[in-house]
Ligand binder design. Structure first.
Ligand code: NAD
Ligand code: UDP
Length: 322
């Protein structure tokens, strides 16, 4: 079996690479290193079944095709994870974000169509925008501002979802969509601007944790090992073409509660700093994972405090190589 993973040098992508290599299959990673890091692939490079193509999936469609052909590679499964993912990254790279999820998704679907490969698109809870339905089920169409600062990401992912469904409907590609909710863990970039690395960095520096707005907005945090387990079950399962499945942890916390947990686990006194709530920051977010549970037998196992402890250990540099 050959698995092609775009965004392989990123946070989630690199864990997927390691997990498939651990299964003994061949893995090809593609990444342009826009927001990822070669250090995430140090472990993978020790495995002969891993190969890496440094390319932009949105711009180098021909080159990607040529490289795959030259290597005589026909993937069986394509996981499209290439895209800036943190609000700071996609605000800095709006056009690149749109391209990765539009042209990039199309390139992957073309390869899937030619190779008769299964395709899985890494979509997002941002497809629901600032949701009016709670918790969010896959049947909810969302509440997205199409011209706001998050639209480059939200609408690009929604377009990627539409493209995925069109290739399934009209080309018969075995294409699937995962709507991923906030996922965290070691290998997140310390400065990617997301709440998990920000709070951990601040706690370890004995600085106040910066709450955006009043901190009553909620998120549901899924540890990366749980997410990888869910993605692999989805990639393995037969007869799920054309599906949309939420993957995330259904335990919901306000950002204030999350700050308290980080401070407690880090063993530092809790002090708050305050900053403006970013425009269109979703008020509540929590997945309904009934479908993932029914179709994949999946649910997250790792408690938030345990996952935060592992992540803090990594940020302290005290963790064993992960
Ligand atoms: P990340 O930024 O760590 O990883 C993304 C990777 O994609 C990076 O290595 C980057 O260099 C690469 N990339 C970006 N554009 C590319 C392009 N055009 N060609 C090739 N490579 C490109 O982010 P992450 O948190 O690991 O997210 C991975 C995927 O999962 C993204 O598609 C993201 O939208 C999705 N997702 C993540 C979360 C989360 O909470 N982490 C939630 C929902 C969805
Ligand atoms: N947030 C915060 N302080 C920070 C970073 C983020 O209070 O230093 C808040 C942010 O406003 C949002 C939540 O934490 O409500 C999660 O933000 P993140 O950027 O991690 O991801 P999002 O879920 O918004 O994509």
């Amino acid at each position: 079996m050959v698995v092609l993973i775009t965004g392989a040098a990123g946070f989630i992508g690199s864990y997927l690479v390691d997990a498939y290599l651990a299964r003994g299959v061949e893995v090809i990673g593609i990444d342009n290193l826009a927001t990822g890091s070669p250090s995430n692939l140090e472990r993978a490079h020790k495995d002969q079944r891993f190969s890496f193509i440094e390319a932009d999936i949105a711009r180098d469609a021909e080159r990607t095709g040529e490289l795959l052909q030259a290597g005589n590679v026909r993937p069986d499964l394509i996981l499209h994870f290439a895209s800036p993912a943190s609000p700071k990254d996609y605000a800095d790279l709006p056009l690149e974000t749109m391209a990765a999820n539009a042209a990039g998704t199309r390139t992957c679907l073309e390869v899937a169509s030619k190779c008769n490969a299964r395709f899985l698109f890494a979509s997002t809870s941002e497809s629901y925008g600032d949701p009016l339905e709670h918790p969010q089920k896959e049947t909810y169409w969302g509440n997205v501002n199409p011209v706001g600062p998050r639209s480059c990401y939200d609408e690009a992912k929604r377009y990627g979802e539409a493209l995925t469904m069109a290739y399934w409907r009209t080309r018969g590609v075995d294409a699937r969509i995962a709507r991923i909710f906030n996922t965290y863990g070691p290998r997140m970039r310390e400065n990617d601007g997301r709440v998990v690395p920000n709070f951990i960095r601040q706690a370890l520096a004995a600085e106040p944790l910066t709450i955006y707005g009043d901190g009553t907005q909620t998120r549901s945090f899924c540890y990366v090992d749980d997410l990888v387990d869910g993605i692999m079950r989805y990639g393995d399962a037969a007869s799920l073409a054309g599906n949309v499945i939420n993957l995330g942890n259904p335990k919901e916390f306000s950002i204030l509660e999350f700050a308290k947990i980080v401070a407690e686990v880090a063993g530092v006194p809790l002090r708050f700093g305050h900053a403006r709530l970013p425009e269109d920051d979703p008020t509540r977010r929590c997945p309904d994972i009934t479908k993932a549970n029914a179709l994949l037998g999946w649910q997250p196992k790792i408690e938030l405090r345990d996952g935060v402890a592992k992540t803090i250990a990594h940020f302290r540099g005290a963790a064993a190589p992960h």
